[in-house]
Design a protein around this ligand. Sequence first.
Ligand SMILES: [Zn+2]
Length: 271
Amino acid sequence: MRRLCFSKRAWMVPLALAASLFLAAQAPSPAPVTDQETELGNAVYKELKDKGMIIAKSILYDSLTPVTTTIARVAQPRYEHPFKFYLVHDPRPNAFSVPGGGVYVTDSLLYFVKNTEQLAAVLCHEVSHTIHHDAMNRIREMKKAYARAIGATILLGPTLANVIAAKIITDLHTNAYSREIETSADLTGSDTCAAAGYNPYGMIWLMQDFKEANPDQGPQLLADHPSFDARIRALQSHFRDDPGVFSNFSPDRKLAAPFSVSEDAPVVFLR
Ligand SMILES: [Zn+2]
């Protein structure tokens, strides 16, 4: 069973800071980042922007940003590229993370969640996919299939990045990861939320609400309905295994911080 040791971060953070300061002193003009994760992340961003889905300005960010900032502070030391959070317009409550640190949250998710802990749970789950490189691993599988299809090994070029970006976007509402990968993101996510000070029971409350939601409403986030019970059990077991962390939080959702946003807030799309 995978367990995280948050106490290690206490020395990892100053170490990373010291390393970056050292590198900054050695390299006066930082080279642009050119790696596959960033390239793919940029391709997804461009695709979503071209589709007119990315919300550039909205009062919704006033509710989202304090939560993303708090979570990024905890999660960032575990991922090499900066996390960036964007709202996208979509009628289905959802969120997804892409390689390179981009995390996309649909506006309808903000209408769906009832408390801050549930929103934090989604974000913690998504940054955990990024930390685990789940999307990148899946893309490597896609690349293999793609390469097999044309009988040659393909280097990741802009064209293929665009193809993969389009595929990532069309996969958004499908159950793309295995139960194991989802559970792993749940457990790491609950550790991240706890370390950020958000009650990790928010993840369980969210799954309970998704179970009860009208399937036509399409809350496909966190994958399929039948697996919610197993994932809730995995989280409960994880909480029991680490009472030093999780006994600090109450399973009583009546103690949660209510979350609500105006549904008719004007939005400006990125063009
Ligand atoms: Zn997931």
